[in-house]
Design a protein around this ligand. Sequence first.
Ligand code: GDP
Length: 527
Amino acid sequence: MSETPTPIARRRTFAIISHPDAGKTTLTEKLLLFSGAIQIAGSVKARKASRHATSDWMEIEKQRGISVASSVMQMEWRDCVINLLDTPGHQDFSEDTYRVLTAVDAALMVIDAANGVEAQTLRLLEVCRARNTPIITFVNKMDREVRTPLDLMDEIERHLGMDAIPFTWPVGMGKNFHGVLDLRERRMRVFRPGEDRLDGGDETIDGLDNPALAARFGAELAQAREEIGLLSEATAEFDRAAFLAGRQSPLFFGSAINNFGVREVLDALVDQAPPPGPRPAVQRVVQPSEPKFTGMVFKIQANMDPAHRDRIAFVRVCSGRFERGMRLKVGRTGKEIRPNTVVAFMSQRRELLEEAWAGDIIGIPNHGTLRLGDTLTEGEALQFTGLPFFAPELFQAVEIADPLRSKQLRTGLMQLGEEGAIQVFRPHFSGSLLLGAVGTLQFDVVLHRLSGEYNVAARLAPTPYRVARWIHSDDERQLKRFIEENAHRIAYDVVDAPTILLTHAAELRVLQERWPDVSFHALREHA
Ligand code: GDP
């Protein structure tokens, strides 16, 4: 007898990662289209354009052709509810991306078949690897003249540090791209170009040895068969446990823009990707199937929609079921909130949400009650761990021409800091705030948003700082003494965690020697 899966067992929550231009936006759109989450067959351009229309500050994204903001989409495929979290592809936003990766159970990596594994993908992969996040790999743009599949597979394996297990294998490429052999279903899916064709249109031919294939696809088929022959000797069998432990990655080939190979990816998410798993908190490990609701804020975004000038906390539901109107306790402050207008995110439209289950992402509008890393419960004192903040490597002061706007500047910066768009430090001695970033583009975004959302014309001014470390000591007296003696270079971040700012990395070693009871951290995990 087959059991009906529980709503939680039916959840799949994944992030899509890639280097800019590999085809992430295109694939996302096709996944949504395929699963029926969006009805209108729009082109990538249309989607990108409409995204800009909903958010004017994303003009900067249009100018630079990069994806600044992450967003969340939900779709259904077979009997699963799939939550897709988009991640900014540009490296300057990787901090935000890292935090998004803490909210998912799997990742889909999109690779441009002409370029192979590119720089930004590598950094994101490191984060996935550190967390043993299972990764599904999609090699895109097979309709172009690209690198050979064996070559690509080899490169993916080297960079991933895991075995790539081909689920499909391409027959030809570019003008001679004929389709993919589905190695598990043992049939060929024949390629036909066309942008917005949905399921049902693809021709399939059963049997990998079917003579009809050789007759139609000649040299390319012979080549593919030879490659598969080589593979069967050299590659391991797919082992789901190894995939879930981050040691194997199912490999797919396709062409997102032609809507080809997309169905297989959706199937793999349903059949192979894991349902929500347990999550560590300071106090204990939380199981998704626990009846009581718990959730963690992994992203804050302001003014997503000019019509709703509020902030939205993106909450990953970690256990239980969320219901609209439920009373929730914020772990950090002990405050109670009762969100009535919780939003679900679907294909760029915000819709009101009635209930959500572990694995889902909900959006709670608020005016500063919720911060990055906050834990929400039905009353239990709990704090989830693992949301990373990285010590900035670039520092700038901010100046404004009109001193009457300094209050707005402060408000704007504090809000942007709490969102995680940039790190904001309040120096121990001076009143003016300092900005810290991992990538320089973060500064541009902040200036742009200060002028667009807070009506503050600001400019950047240099600072001498190059290094920041969060400081900690189990001995409170020592910490206090350290802060007093170094007050001229101490600053506090948005959660008031003390930080030391240095002009040279070498100073750090001197401090470490002089203060053995104080520790210096390049990474702050929210706790
Ligand atoms: P993103 O930056 O990763 O989101 O990439 P986009 O989805 O915006 O795609 C980058 C470019 O590649 C766009 O011009 C797409 O039209 C193009 N593209 C995406 N998928 C394919 C594909 O399968 N084949 C070809 N030839 N081009 C594609």
